[in-house]
Design a protein around this ligand. Structure first.
Ligand SMILES: [Zn+2]
Length: 509
């Protein structure tokens, strides 16, 4: 965990979000009992609560799991708006009620109904000055606001005075979840995907089979998108805590918060899980995920005779049906680009020279001609690939890691790529070229893996469409970055946007 992450985590513990355990003084209990008689008669609405100025917006944080800090129950949870902690209930002897008496904290927000209450008097507070708080808990976007998101360069000001660009905000590395954060950040900067999730109406009526937990992923991802793009947040960063809890649950702990995972594995699982939770199927039923990212390709496969066989026998076998080339058309959500084996050159000073490869060399895998050998434990195949459909947003995963029986190796080769104007026309089959009008792509997100395979860390470069500028995000830190710096990194996952008819490059680079 980074220093920032540690500080943040400690403050969470100090706030009591995680560790329950409060004791009550005797006098508080007596006071409680003494008040018992009055509460019911005062259960009425009021527009004028005298305690509104005790609300402390700087301690309010609604990114945490909505559970009582004492009972750890999710049921009927309230936030104390004076100290920020969550407590259950508001009836007599409930944890929120006792807290209000013991600490003289009086203003509470029901985290589910979004209603405000004054305790222990127990009346509902209706006051428009509290709207900013409900908005932070549950940001919403109109169609008009969504349509303008990529056109504006307006900075927002957080409660502590820091300024931020909505959408370009840090995500906490709670323990070892930066692999997931980088992927979530990248996806949050893909406009059509983001826009779909910003509007809950797009998916809230999707029917799921009873007992299905996977829809939680959809709900949490939508909430995270709205928080990341919230123009009125109290702080200039967001915690992915609830989103990641859904990931841990839905992936049956394949992906965790406390153990570094692989960004590509996570991306692949997440896109498929989102697609099926939204009601998509393998073949027919499309969703926003496939609309945005799915392309297709032809895979040509030829079986090879065993290399140890005598030449004559090999020759014979090649006439058999089994050894003839077959072709299947297959969809993809991302393209895996293979790196050439990294040679271990050293310079005069015995420093390892990091090899470089142009992007177009590794894209040649998809030109329909290049053959690549694949081995299973008993058979060998030659495969070649040709693209037949390019999606609006194309994901490249650069294969840096190879697993052998004992350890994972990382290939540090730097890929040289232009960040705009990459034309993929030559990788399409001829008849598809004729109908595929736009084949030029510009980079919009670049996920980088630094360091060793198991203990490395992730950061991401994203293009802010409104300003046309690039930003680097690592945990809570956001810095602007020159586009030419992006190409010097160990890029691992990239998202490219297809230019549509008449569209020019927004980046001016
Ligand atoms: Zn409190």
């Amino acid at each position: 965990m980074s220093e920032m992450g540690k500080l943040w985590w400690n403050s969470v513990l100090a706030k009591g979000f995680i560790n329950p355990g409060l004791s009550f003084s005797k006098s508080a209990m007596i006071f409680l009992l003494a008040k018992n008689g009055r509460v019911d008669s005062e259960d009425r609405r009021s527009r004028h609560c005298p305690y509104l100025d005790t609300i402390n917006r700087s301690v309010l944080d609604f990114d945490f799991e909505k559970l009582c800090s004492i009972s750890l129950s999710h049921i009927n949870a309230y936030a104390c708006l004076v100290c920020g902690k969550y407590f259950q209930g508001r009836g007599l002897k409930s944890h929120a009620y006792i807290h209000s008496v013991q600490f003289s904290h009086h203003v509470f927000l029901n985290l589910h109904t979004l209603k405000f209450y004054c305790l222990p008097d127990n009346y509902e507070i209706i006051d428009s000055s509290l709207e900013d708080i409900t908005y932070v808990l549950k940001p919403t976007f109109t169609k008009q606001q969504i349509a303008n998101l990529d056109k504006q360069a307006k900075l927002s000001r957080a409660y502590d005075g820091t300024t931020y660009l909505p959408g370009i905000v840090g995500l906490n590395n709670i323990k070892a979840n930066d692999y997931a954060n980088a992927v979530l950040q990248a996806l949050s900067n893909v406009p059509p995907l983001r826009n779909y999730f910003l509007e809950e109406d797009n998916y809230k009526n999707i029917k799921r089979p009873p007992g299905d937990i996977m829809f939680l992923l959809v709900q949490r991802f939508g909430e995270l998108m709205r928080k990341l793009w919230n123009p009125r947040n109290f702080k200039a960063h967001v915690s992915p805590h609830e989103m990641l809890q859904a990931v841990v649950l839905c992936s049956r702990k394949t992906f965790q918060i406390t153990k570094q995972g692989d960004g590509v594995d996570f991306l692949s699982w997440f896109l498929n899980a989102l697609h099926s939770a939204l009601g998509g199927t393998k073949k027919k039923k499309k969703t926003i995920v496939t609309d945005v990212f799915q392309g297709s390709m032809r895979i040509f496969t030829k079986k090879l005779p065993h290399p140890d066989l005598p030449a004559e026998e090999k020759e014979q076998l090649l006439h058999n049906d089994e050894y003839q080339e077959t072709m299947v058309e297959s969809t993809f959500m991302y393209l895996t680009l293979d790196l050439p084996t990294a040679p271990l050159y050293k310079d005069e000073k015995e420093q390892l020279i990091i090899p470089q490869v142009p992007l177009f060399n590794i894209l040649a895998k998809f030109n329909g001609i290049t053959e690549k050998e694949y081995k299973t434990y008993k058979e060998n195949f030659l495969k070649r690939f040709q693209l037949t459909k390019l999606p609006p947003y194309l994901i490249f995963c650069i294969k840096r890691f190879t697993k052998n029986n004992f350890f994972v190796e990382k290939n540090p080769t730097i890929v040289n790529f232009p960040i705009t104007n990459v034309d993929l026309r030559e990788y399409l089959s001829e008849e598809v070229q004729a109908v595929h009008k736009n084949t030029t792509y510009d980079l919009i997100a670049n996920i980088v893996h630094d360091g060793k395979p198991s203990e490395g860390s992730y950061r991401i470069h994203v293009l802010h469409h409104g300003t046309g500028k690039w930003y680097e995000l690592q945990d809570l830190q956001v810095t602007d970055i020159l586009p030419q710096m992006i190409t010097l990194s160990e890029a691992y996952i990239q998202i490219w946007k297809r230019r549509d008819a008449g569209e020019t490059n927004q980046q001016g680079a």
